[in-house]
Structure formats: C-alpha cells, structure tokens
Ligand binder design. Structure first.
Ligand SMILES: [Zn+2]
Length: 384
C-alpha cells in the first residue's frame, strides 16, 4: 500500500510563501517493510533542507571524502539551482517545486540509490514541468548513512587511460582515441608554455557517449535543468564532455585557472573560445561569431556598450552571444598586442564591467571608453 508523506492540504499555495518542502514518496517505497529506506529518506530530506546550493563543507549529510576532494562537492546542484532564473535556493524549492521520491533502492547493504523527481507545482502543464530526476546515492560509513554523488558508483567499472596531465574515464566498449588524448595534452602543454602559466593541475576527464550519460555523471536520471554537452569545473579538477577526448575550449579554462584573478565572464569564456574553439571547433565558433556580427549590425540592442556590460536589454536571439563577443574582445587584444597583451588581460581583475573597461583601455593604449567602443564596432563591421 503506497502512502503519502508530507502531503499538502493547502489548496491555495500559489500566493503563499511556503515554509516547508512538499515531498511525496512513490509506491516503490515502503518504510514498514524496508526500515532502511526511511533512514535514507530522512537523510535526503534533511539534506534538501540544508540548502544544497551552498555546498557548505560542514554539511553533515554528505560524505567527507568528496567534501575534501571537491570545491563544490554536490555535482548536481549547479544544474538544479544555478541554471534558471526561478530556482536558486531552498526558498525557491519550497515555493515552486514538488519533490517526488521515485525510489530508494538497495544496491548493497552499504549502498542505496535515491531517485527523486523535481516537478514544478501545477502538474504536467508545460514543457518544463519536470525539471529533472536526480540520482544520488547513500553510503554507509562507520554505521552512518551519508550522501554520495552518482558518479562514484556509475563510473566504477569504466576504463581509464592515463596521460601526463589528464586521466581519462570512458565507458566500457567506447572507441577511445588515444591520438585525441595526446593532441589534448600537447595543446594543454603548449598553452602553459606560451603563456607562462603555472604547472597544470592533474585533472579527470570523463567522456560520455550521450547527453543522457552526461547527465548520469552529474547525477541525473533525467537531465533537464542545466542540460549541456560538457562542463569543466576548475575547482573540482574535472572535465565532463559528450564530445571527444579533446574538448579544447574546456582545456583553455584549465590552463588559465588561477585563484587570485577574478576574471570577467566575457573574458573567461571568450578566451576559451578564441584559443580553443576557434582552432579546434571552427564550425560552431564561426556560426556563433556570424550571428553576433549580424546582430551587431542589425539588432538595436546589440550595442557595444550593452554587450560589454552584459546588459539585460540585449535580446535573446537563441545563442549565447557572450561567447563570441568575449572572443571578439580577445581577438582585438591578440591582433594588436599579441600573446603578451592577451596574457596581461587574462591575469587582470576584470570581474566588474568597469574593471574590464579599464584593463582593456590600458592594454590597448586607448585614451577613453569611446575609443574602445569604436574599435570593437569597427572590428565587428569589418569581420571576415
Ligand atoms: Zn567555457
């Protein structure tokens, strides 16, 4: 007999600020028959209430090993919470979502898998009603249940290929091309040498064969919110990609990783595109650049002033214009000031728009902002 947990009897939830989560368990779960399920359910519930997006190192519900290994130890939270305007923290979770626990299954005595659906209130009503299905594990450590990323168990039997800086992980039977891996290593080492960067950190590189598998790596049975073909986490020392062993864009992020510099998003992504995608993923690089050039010429909201400040008024034309625009800035610097200029830009604090403008005016030897805008507009208009 299925039973409901914490079922709401409030008919008027829309205009109310909820103070508790709405969690329901499916018929697959039965605490009386399987008492261990209840312990794991409690653990997961407490974890949800601890506001997972904080990735707080003192979180008592997560295993210590992963908290020590990773900067942001819960690999799925960035997709669940960070990828939209409407779901950013525990309050949003309370206000807008229903959590439906599909299953809490035993794998071994010390390992269970939890599968939980995140559904927007209002039932199945539009294309984003189901936000995701999270797959997360519970492991028993010294008699206590702790949460663990799906990645650990999921990739347990994957093949491994080690290179100097990168340890590759890929599914059994995957046609791994060691040439790509060697190419990636050479690219990585060249960047480090050319730009005089610090010794690269060792990193794990997971190759997924599909978007669904990419989701499994991050902890999703259904990869909805934050769905992507690849992620790189500098703080967590990993790249995950559903492309090949050589995702140049992501390697640029790693090569330039530095804790002391707060880089503007435009420069971080722009440089990864300019040094990585422009050379090794030409097709998509050119496609995005062509769109941007076209929009700068024809869309009134695509002024250089708006773009450089990442102004919210810039129209959404179905691509992330920040990447090609950032790449355009890097091109300007590189063409006029070479590697030295680009390096200087990459190691300046540019997080705030004003800092970015100041750094660009300095590195380009411009007199003022207007000159910077004119030059970027000129480059865009004459781009070929
Ligand atoms: Zn990137």
């Amino acid at each position: 007999m299925p039973f409901l947990f914490a079922q709401s009897n409030d008919k008027n939830i829309k205009n109310e600020n909820r103070d508790s989560l709405h969690i329901i368990t499916s018929f697959r779960i039965n605490f009386e028959a399987y008492p261990e399920q209840e312990k794991i359910f409690d653990l997961y519930k407490k974890y949800l209430y601890s506001d997972p997006v904080k990735n707080d190192k003192n979180n008592p519900y997560w295993n210590t090993k992963e908290k020590e290994k990773y900067d942001a130890f819960d690999l799925s939270v960035a997709s669940i919470y960070g990828s939209s305007d409407f779901l950013n923290d525990l309050d949003d979770l309370k206000n807008y979502l229903d959590i439906y626990i599909l299953s809490i299954d035993k794998i071994t005595d010390d390992l269970y898998s939890i599968s939980a659906q995140y559904q927007f209130k209002g039932g199945l009503s539009n294309s984003s009603s189901i936000w995701c299905i999270q797959n997360i594990n519970a492991v028993k450590i010294n008699g206590e249940w702790k949460l663990q990323n799906n990645l650990v168990h999921y990739t347990k039997n994957w093949d491994v290929y080690k290179t100097k800086y990168v340890v590759y992980h890929y599914p059994y039977g995957y046609n791994f091309k060691s040439d790509d891996a060697e190419k990636a290593n050479r690219f990585f080492q060249n960047l480090v040498k050319k730009y005089n960067l610090g010794k690269p950190k060792k990193l794990d590189y997971y190759i997924a064969e599909s978007t669904n598998q990419m989701g499994e790596l991050l902890g999703f049975g259904f990869f909805g919110g934050g769905v992507t073909s690849g992620v790189s986490s500098v703080g967590n020392d990993y790249i995950m990609s559903s492309k090949t062993a050589f995702h140049a864009h992501e390697f640029v992020h790693f090569a330039f990783a530095s804790n002391e510099v707060k880089r503007n998003y435009l420069i971080e992504e722009g440089c990864a595109d300019f040094l990585g995608s422009r050379v090794y993923d030409k097709e998509s690089y050119n496609k995005n650049m062509d769109k941007l050039i076209n929009d700068i010429k024809n869309d009134d909201t695509y002024t250089i002033e708006n773009l450089i400040s990442m102004n919210g008024n810039v129209s959404w034309n179905n691509y992330n214009w920040r990447y090609p625009f950032g790449a355009l800035i890097c091109k300007m610097v590189y063409d006029k000031r070479g590697e030295k200029g680009l390096k200087k830009l990459m190691f300046s604090n540019t997080e705030e728009t004003d800092e970015l403008k100041t750094a660009l005016i300095d590195v380009m030897h411009f007199k003022n902002e207007q000159q910077l805008y004119n030059e970027l507009k000129n480059i865009a208009e004459n781009y070929n």
